[in-house]
Unconditional design. Sequence first.
Length: 268
Amino acid sequence: MRIFDSHAHYDDRRFSDEFPGGYRAALEQSLRAGVCGIVNIGSSMKTSLSSVRLAEEYGFVHAAVGIHPCDSQYVTLKELDKQLTEIESLASHEKVKAIGEIGLDYHYDDTDRERQFYALSAQLDIARRTGLPVVIHSRDAMADTIDMVFSNPGIKGVLHSYSGSAEDVPRLAKAGWYFSFSGPVTYKNAHRPRLAAGAVPEDRIMAETDAPYLPPVPHRGEINFSAYMEFTLSAIAEARGTDPERAAEITLENALSFYGIGEDTLHG
Ligand SMILES: [Zn+2]
């Protein structure tokens, strides 16, 4: 089984602080578990730079660069504009395959929606100018996220760790969007993501860890990493009435086509 993890954060401190052997050991164990490609996702200027460094270190790792909605609101506007310029120049690096993760996050009480919209729309413009797809983070903000999709025709994007409804899938897919599923599809009471995973057209579904976050059952409470993808793929397969091998194959093919990654970069 060849597995592609379309969204991970191996530069996260939890790998150096808590994972025995750090991120290198996590990547090696993942390769032994059948993982052949990973996209490491930036969420700030610092993590965008470290994602690129990681992609330079490993041929099978690719990078996305962008400013997360939460990160966009704790800096001055001047500093944010400076970072956005840096993100755009980083985007021309050959291992950068997407702008992300960017989006909307209304989870916290101090959410500055105006600022989040500003950062999102500036980064959609970067995606337009560079021709790169976008990786969208959306938490407690699905209605505004869907509005964003339909007011930006021509943008190619993935709704990462999709938490929307199955009912919204057909029109988002028709608009050209992709859907990615992570650990929560394995949770006992998570009917919503399972229904959605079953509703996504075969050429639009991807799988991810969001490592070190969102570990699947039976690893909840641990650091998540790509070797645990098999549990998420099994749950996706079950939701779609297929087998894990097929789920691994289609999510791999879709990730390669979405990110524009060549087969020749895959490990093994
Ligand atoms: Zn993420």
